[in-house]
Design a binder for this molecule. Structure first.
Ligand SMILES: [Zn+2]
Length: 186
């Protein structure tokens, strides 16, 4: 399968609209959305995708462990411990949610703090979650409401932050897709 870079940007434009226009509740955070999605989202996942993501993360120096529960890890269901650290994926999340959070963490692993350096913590979170939403959208995996709410909260629904994150998110998504054997054309 192959996808054009233009299509990746188009997915991000949809995410930007949704994140900036969704009615905002201060109570929301990504954690709440993630926990609900993890238990409910029945989206089928392409065969072997999680294993390919795990192999790719390992090739970057990040071993992945599926262990613990989302309560133990925090509702987001994963944690990334520094450079050369370990990615923990909560064992009680379904396959789609596991793929989604692993792609997010791979985004952090690939950027090595650069996005925080140039734009701050929230900018990095917006960019890596956007890249996860783009990869999931490309592969036909539902990101549920997670990416929308997460980006709404982290960007404070700022369309300029979303727009500034787009080139990084598209580039990251392209790198991750190539890393798992999905062709992206110009
Ligand atoms: Zn993150």
């Amino acid at each position: 399968m192959r996808t054009s870079k233009h299509e990746l940007a188009r997915i991000h434009q949809g995410l930007t609209r949704a994140a900036c226009e969704v009615p905002y509740y201060p109570r929301w955070d990504g954690y709440i959305a993630s926990e609900r999605d993890a238990k409910r989202d029945p989206t089928p996942v392409p065969a072997g995708l999680f294993a390919r993501l795990v192999r790719y993360a390992r090739s970057l120096g990040y071993p992945v462990h599926v262990r613990h529960t989302s309560d133990e890890l925090g509702a987001l269901g994963h944690t990334l411990v520094g450079r050369g650290g370990v990615i923990d994926i909560a064992a009680d999340m379904n396959e789609a949610a596991r793929c989604r959070v692993l792609i997010h963490e791979i985004g952090h692993a690939l950027t090595r703090g650069y996005l925080t350096h140039i734009g701050g913590d929230r900018f990095e979170e917006v960019a890596v979650e956007s890249s996860s939403a783009i990869v999931c959208g490309t592969l036909g995996i539902s990101n549920g409401v997670f990416a929308t709410r997460f980006c709404a909260v982290q960007s404070r629904q700022d369309p300029y932050m979303m727009a500034a994150a787009q080139p990084f998110a598209v580039e990251l998504a392209q790198v991750i897709l190539k890393g798992i054997g999905h062709e992206v054309t110009a």
